[in-house]
Design a protein around this ligand. Structure first.
Ligand SMILES: Cc1ncc(COP(=O)(O)O)c(C=O)c1O
Length: 462
């Protein structure tokens, strides 16, 4: 054994203690750390030849890299849609690395069954019916990709083509209808060979991002009975608008289409009694995307995808080989290797299992309700601040607003907020207006954090 490896093996408990102490220092210091940084990378180091051992690596990381890392696990990182990591999920994540399971096949371990149990818990959390089978993927982009891959196979079934065997060329063009899809849908269509231009934008309701069901019906009517894919959005990134899922699902009585719902973070509105109605009809979807590294507050990377047609899913993702064992007939117990793009992968379900076991539905509902209330509070405060204008009502957990002044003012404000070290917000464009988004999905955020953000905005007001 290489000398450094041998040394590290002999001191493994001490090394893990050092890493633990380091992580504790990081987490307890989150509040004092700049929320975001633009310092850039350190000078590059050459590839180590003999290596410096794990303790040396920890020291080098802490010295060279860590000072430039954002406090994205903290309470005032409000950029994109970013969750933190609950204490239990972090413990689960550490054990994921320690156990180093590969849950793709179940012939050697019960790890895949832990994943099945977690998926069943999540299905219940999101009120999906038993027919929805789920699988873990790395993020909402992969969840959208997987759902749309099953959708593509379904369109093939309608047209008498096995896309998984014959390829997309045999399928021909597929219309994909949506009003305000996330950019990852275009990426998924590109990867699936359907092409980004397959996406046909349907008008949203006036002043909204939610699809106008009448316009959607017209678009479906114009297809003359051709099967299509509809991507419904349950929580858009700018204004967290929700398509009327029930109205869309009802259109399937007259038009043949696969209903994919991107509920990456919007699905969590189900945990707030005042907002659960926004997801009415979710269970009728053919496939559903939900991210877990956002509002479930598990560490990256983690998401789940659900579909009613696991048979088609297995057709697309089957990875049969003699050394992996037979596919089997029981779709509920099919090896996970046959469900998603990845073959070997980490036991991504374990952090989610830990946090659900530790805090349950009620604990997670409290996080969601608190974040919604805090977004509402920031919305009220921003609306009352001179120099700023809300661009949309705060529907759930995102505040979308713009500073008065020139269009460049938004970019300057984002940089000034970063420089303050107090918060991180991301820029966007909504309705043609450059804007900022403050997205609340971290379990640590409190009213005091909102007040700190307000103070910064007040100080930087145009
Ligand atoms: C609605 C929606 N869909 C998809 C995604 C893509 O998620 P990920 O970056 O986890 O792949 C996001 C990310 O913000 C999102 O908000």
């Amino acid at each position: 054994m290489h000398a450094r490896l041998g040394d590290d093996l002999a001191r493994l408990p001490g090394l893990l203690d050092e890493a633990r102490a380091h992580a504790v220092r990081l987490l307890t210091g989150l509040d004092d750390r700049p929320v975001a940084l633009t310092t850039g990378p350190p000078a590059p180091d050459p590839l180590p030849v003999t290596g410096i051992g794990a303790a040396g690596a920890l020291e080098a990381f802490a010295r060279r890299w860590e000072p430039g890392f954002a406090a994205s696990a903290g309470p005032r990182y409000l950029g994109f849609v970013t969750g933190g990591a609950t204490p239990a999920s972090l413990a689960g994540d550490w054990l994921t690395g320690a156990l180093d399971q590969n849950p793709t096949s179940g012939i050697d371990s019960s790890a895949p069954d832990l994943e099945r149990e977690t998926v069943a818990w999540l299905r219940e959390l999101f009120g999906l019916p038993r027919e929805h089978a789920g699988a873990f993927v790395s993020g909402a982009t992969m969840s959208n990709f997987t759902g749309l891959a099953v959708a593509r196979e379904w369109v093939g079934e309608r047209r008498g083509v096995r896309v998984s065997e014959q390829g997309v060329a045999a399928l021909g063009p597929v219309p994909v209808l949506s009003a305000s899809p996330h950019s990852s849908v275009g990426k998924a269509l590109s990867m699936l060979g359907l092409g980004r231009s397959a996406l046909r934008r349907v008008d949203a309701l006036p002043g909204r991002e939610a699809v106008d069901p009448a316009r959607l019906e017209e678009a479906l009517e114009s297809l003359g009975g051709e099967p299509a894919i509809v991507v419904a959005n349950a929580g858009t990134v700018n204004t967290v608008d929700f398509d009327d899922l029930r109205a869309i699902a009802a259109l399937r009585e007259r038009y043949p289409f696969w209903l994919h719902v991107d509920a990456a973070f919007g699905a969590f509105a189900l945990l707030s009694p005042d907002h659960a109605h926004l997801l009415d009809g979710l269970g009728e979807a053919d496939s559903v995307c939900v991210d877990l590294h956002k509002w479930l507050n598990v560490p990256y990377d983690s998401a789940v995808q659900f579909t009613r047609r696991r048979d088609l899913q297995v057709r697309v993702f089957a990875n049969s080989a003699a050394y992996l064992g037979p596919l089997g007939d029981d779709l509920d117990r099919v090896d996970l290797v046959h469900l998603t793009p990845e073959n070997s992968r980490r036991l991504r379900a374990l952090p989610a299992w830990f946090t659900l076991a530790a805090y349950g539905r009620e604990g997670h509902a409290e996080i969601v309700r608190r974040d919604i209330a805090l977004a509402g509070l920031l919305g009220e405060r921003v609306a009352a601040l001179p120099g700023y204008r809300l661009l949309a009502p705060v529907r759930l957990n995102v505040v979308c607003f713009t500073p008065e002044g020139s269009p460049e003012r938004t970019g300057e404000l984002v940089s000034a907020i970063i420089e303050s070290g107090e918060a991180f917000l991301t820029p966007t464009v909504y309705g043609g207006v450059p804007a900022l988004r403050a997205a609340f999905s971290n379990w640590r955020t409190t009213e005091a954090d909102v007040e700190r953000v307000v103070k910064v905005l007040e100080r930087l007001a145009p």
